[in-house]
Write a protein that binds this ligand. Structure first.
Ligand SMILES: Cc1cc2nc3c(=O)[nH]c(=O)nc-3n(C[C@H](O)[C@H](O)[C@H](O)COP(=O)(O)OP(=O)(O)OC[C@H]3O[C@@H](n4cnc5c(N)ncnc54)[C@H](O)[C@@H]3O)c2cc1C
Length: 478
């Protein structure tokens, strides 16, 4: 299906890789291995516990917003996934092994990588692969995806075929997101929207300079190209929303949403402008549903004010907004970290949770008239996810298809499992990177690199994971 993958080059998706969690289970016994970065230091939990499948009440810690780590689990992992987890365990055994794997990674043939770790983190290479990934997720109670064709060229050094990316993204709405919504046996009104994530740096040549000089007359042509490339994809989503709402008139939330991903601080300042232009164009009051959502990185000191600013501008100019809240993925590469990023992890956490509360309260207070009509809580942090789920539970007027929880494929599966099975969450979606093998190889390498920092203070991470997987496999065999 890739007519010219050779033309497509990318740095890889900048997803934060500082959490590695896995869960495995056999006959109601669980093995849970979690590694979580806190204040840039790793904390590791290795738990072996009996399950309690009959339990229906949420198992929360004292602060009522934290899932207990002593969790139960349903056996959702097949043999191949267990095998791939054991490879991840080996690769993260200690800093030396991890560094060696990272060094060797470019030389490992994609065929080998595919067998070792690919399926755990990537949705596949073709539309059909991703549709199948969607089916597997749906069997686990995760009914939709935020798909991302993993192609970008932040430094403008690669000769990417941007028209191809635009075309392929449009087609992915028709060939992945629409079938994934309408072919499920569930009532469509209970399924969260399907999302397509766009990286602005993938949709224009020389993206860094264009985004840095967005309003400079010398860059007007490229700036307009970027806006038009995004617009073509969003327009298609918008038309699908109109078409599908005729077919399913009872639905109270969008069917398809395009999400603009956030970039590093210096580029992000103009990505905000891009988000505004697109929201004004496609989230007009006359449309029943919004079709584009922007991203705010809550680790930024400016972020809370930015939410207020976006609401004010939208209200003044008669359009709606939707927001994806993330903590932010550029902590270790941000040159002005002290100036722009919150001083501590705790500050980031509290700002993130404040953002969630503020937006949900706006939606509760203003109902259909709320200027912000859609929230994606994109996080693996159990406190943020449980907090959102509790707010949804307390306010029955809220439509959970408009307040959605998102995690990267292969991440926080333990938390997702608990939210689904103990808190009855039906609003979880997974960020599913997909695309040409070369590009996804870069994505996987970045994940390993990002895990590198976390391993400095620990040596038992990979071993714990490995032991859990081996025990599970052994139990299945005997
Ligand atoms: C669906 C999805 C979409 C995403 N899209 C984007 C995107 O468009 N752009 C983007 O930048 N990221 C994106 N991310 C990544 C995201 O920003 C986080 O890096 C990642 O999710 C880890 O944060 P967390 O909320 O899961 O939880 P946690 O593990 O609780 O938090 C880790 C995060 O906390 C912050 N942090 C850690 N230490 C400190 C410290 N000392 N001081 C201040 N802050 C600190 C950092 O942001 C770090 O990534 C996305 C993530 C998901 C799940």
């Amino acid at each position: 299906m890739y007519r010219s993958t050779a033309l497509i080059r990318k740095n890889g998706l900048k997803a934060d890789g500082n959490i590695l969690k896995s869960l495995v289970m056999k006959n109601n016994k669980i093995r849970f291995i979690s590694t979580t970065q806190k204040n840039s230091n790793l904390t590791t939990t290795t738990l072996l516990s009996n399950s309690n499948p009959g339990s229906s009440s949420p198992n929360l810690n004292n602060d009522n917003n934290k899932l207990s780590t002593n969790i139960e689990f349903l056996d959702t992992l097949n043999k191949q996934e267990l095998f791939q987890l054991s490879c991840i365990g080996i690769a993260t055994l200690n800093k030396f092994v991890l560094n060696s794997v990272i060094k060797l990674f470019p030389y490992i043939p994609m065929k080998v990588i595919k067998g070792l770790v690919y399926q755990y983190y990537c949705g596949g290479e073709t539309f059909n692969d991703v549709v199948e990934t969607g089916k597997r997720l749906s069997e686990r109670g995760i009914d939709n995806m935020m798909i991302s064709l993993t192609i970008e060229d932040c430094n403008g050094e690669k000769n990417i075929d941007i028209d191809y990316i635009v075309d392929e993204s449009i087609k992915s709405i028709d060939h992945i997101l629409v079938p994934n919504l309408i072919n499920q046996s569930k009532n469509i009104n209970q399924i969260p929207p399907g999302y397509i994530a766009l990286k602005p740096t993938a949709l224009v040549s020389d993206p860094k300079n264009v985004l840095k000089n967005f309003n400079h007359p010398d860059y007007e042509k490229q700036r307009n190209e970027l806006i038009e490339n995004c617009s073509k994809i969003i327009e298609h989503a918008c038309n699908k929303n109109i078409e599908l709402s005729k077919q399913f008139p009872d639905r109270k939330s969008p069917f398809i949403i395009v999400v603009i991903d956030a970039e590093s601080f210096e580029l992000q300042q103009n990505v905000y402008i891009l988000q505004r232009i697109l929201s004004e164009r496609f989230n007009k009051d006359e449309h029943e549903f919004i079709s584009v959502v922007g991203t705010i990185q809550m680790y930024l000191k400016q972020s809370y004010d930015m939410i207020l600013k976006e609401l004010e501008l939208a209200s003044k100019n008669n359009y709606k907004i939707g927001l994806k809240l993330v903590r932010g993925a550029y902590l270790h590469t941000e040159p002005n970290r002290a100036q722009v990023i919150h001083d501590t992890k705790e500050d980031t956490d509290s700002n993130y949770n404040k953002g969630i509360s503020f937006i949900i309260n706006e939606i509760i207070k203003k109902g259909n008239n709320s200027t912000c009509s859609h929230l994606v809580v994109a996080s693996h942090n159990d406190q943020s996810l449980v907090k959102t789920t509790n707010l949804l539970k307390k306010n029955s007027s809220l439509n959970s298809n408009n307040i959605v929880l998102g995690q990267l494929l292969g991440m926080a599966d333990d938390i997702g499992f608990k939210l689904i099975n103990e808190m009855n969450a039906k609003n979880i979606i997974k960020y599913v990177p997909w695309g040409p093998p070369f590009e996804t190889k870069e994505y996987l390498k970045r994940r390993l690199e990002e895990n590198g920092d976390s391993l400095t203070s620990r040596t038992d991470t990979g071993l714990g994971l490995l032991k859990g997987v081996v025990k599970t496999i052994t139990k299945r065999l005997f």
